[in-house]
Ligand binder design. Structure first.
Ligand code: HEM
Length: 415
């Protein structure tokens, strides 16, 4: 590993390129290891499956890091003054809270994301996908060049779906993508992070005002107007909720679709099996989620007392990061874990987390992944249109996905 601070590995570019190799070493060494996160916070990294699963569901690992500013300050190392957190007005959301506050906020939106409600969106998701694939076909026919799958499909599909669910206009989609990227990936430029947070907060404030004066029949308008006892959200809670749903709704699924296609390109035999037998698709999506988990590490947690993880005691007042990719490649849980196999029983992976913060959007993400990849297989033969060595992974420890994936497309005849 490259850089070290205070004798600890700094998770930097070398790590982003191949986190799996690093996790394998960490799993071997200890149940939890101290590392330094890219913005200079000292944290305990948990990489074994059983430990990760327990930690995700254990309330002694608090998600409410804003309640422990001293912990965040004390764990800052190096001379870098970039805060791990940014504009607080976007941060008052369920993923940063423990029960009962978490329970209250989650309850308000759960009904919009149940498997049954999501199933009702299937034909619309298919329609959006078909439109994007039509555009890809037209572009491939006119330019004859490769197409970036991220720009053409993986990004626009989930962002369009979540914007429609919240009835958010798409006109500022590219700005939104840029701010979201800066905030999620962070990086060393504190001013850029703060500026993106400020712009995002302004944008969401205007959106809430719009919903207040001109409500639609979407559930976001309902939230703005909710006035039931105890359920009214304050302004910070409203813009934080919008921020969480919009960002979680697309930053993650973009990686699922892109990694899924990249894995099929790297394993043409499995792509062929999937083409031949479409009943394998749900299992294949689970294997994409396990093998390249789109959320690399769960979001940070803080220990409220000393906690034993395996044979390691993580002291009270520590920052803890649970590695989902680490856990999902643990051979004690998934035999021959580094082998990609769309037919393996991949259920039980931790790609959507575990416990009370288990991903609210899991049914939606699975449906988008299946429709995007199934439709792509129906419509095209595809090949990588770049040197595999030139593919770049997104920077940062939170997400795992390619920045772009150039593909060449050949339309297939009707099946
Ligand atoms: C939480 C993964 C798609 C909304 C989470 C967590 C993970 C995750 C790992 C828990 C984080 C933690 O405990 O620190 C994913 C993956 C996705 C995906 C891999 C796509 C492949 C979505 C979508 C939505 C969404 C489409 C739609 C809005 C949320 C929300 C939470 C969450 C609101 C917070 C839940 C809570 O705190 O109770 N997701 N997610 N996610 N996800 Fe997703």
């Amino acid at each position: 590993m490259g850089e070290k601070i205070a004798g600890l590995d700094v998770l930097g570019p070398e790590y982003f390129t191949d986190p799996h190799a690093y996790h394998a070493r960490m799993r071997e060494q200890a149940a939890a290891t101290e590392v330094v996160l890219p913005r200079g916070t000292r944290a305990w990294l948990v990489t074994r499956y059983e430990d990760a699963r327990h930690a995700l569901a254990d309330q002694r690992f608090s998600k409410d890091y804003r309640a422990f500013p001293d912990v965040m300050r004390r764990n800052k190392v190096g001379d870098d003054d970039v805060p791990e957190e940014f504009d607080q007005s976007l941060m008052k959301h369920m993923l940063n809270l423990d029960p009962p506050d978490h329970t209250r906020l989650r309850k308000l939106v759960t009904k919009a994301f149940t498997a049954r409600r999501v199933e009702q969106l299937r034909s619309r998701v298919q329609e959006i996908t078909d439109g994007l694939l039509d555009e890809m076909a037209a572009k491939a026919a006119t330019t004859g060049a490769g197409i970036d799958l991220v720009d053409a499909l993986s990004f626009p599909l989930p962002i369009t779906v979540i914007c429609e669910m919240l009835d958010v206009p798409l006109d500022q989609r590219d700005d939104f993508r840029a701010w979201s990227n800066t905030l999620v990936l962070g990086g060393p430029d504190a001013d850029a992070v703060q500026e993106a947070a400020g712009r995002m907060a302004d944008y969401l404030t205007r959106l809430v005002e719009h919903k207040r004066s001109d409500p639609g029949d979407d559930f976001f308008s309902e939230l703005v107007h909710a006035d039931e006892e105890g359920d009214r959200l304050d302004h910070m809670e409203l813009i934080s909720m919008a921020f969480l749903l919009l960002v979680a709704g697309h930053e993650t699924t973009v990686n699922l679709i892109t990694s899924g296609v990249q894995l099929l390109l790297r394993h043409p035999d499995q792509a062929e099996r999937l083409r031949a037998d479409r009943s394998l698709l749900p299992g294949a999506v689970e294997e994409f989620l396990r093998y390249e988990s789109p959320v690399n590490h769960a979001t940070i947690r803080v220990t409220v007392e000393d906690v034993e993880v395996g044979d390691v005691v993580i002291p009270k007042g520590s920052v803890v990061v649970v590695s989902l990719n680490g856990a999902n490649r643990d051979a004690d849980r998934f035999p021959d874990a580094d082998r990609f196999d769309i037919t393996r029983p991949a259920g039980g992976h931790l790609a959507f987390g575990h416990g009370v913060h288990y991903c609210l959007g899991a049914p939606l993400a699975r449906m988008e992944g299946e429709i995007a990849i199934g439709s792509l297989l129906d419509r095209f033969d595809f090949a990588l249109a770049a040197d595999p060595e030139s593919l770049r992974w997104r920077q940062g420890t939170l997400m795992r996905g390619l920045e772009s994936l150039p593909v060449s497309l050949t339309p297939r005849g009707p099946r």
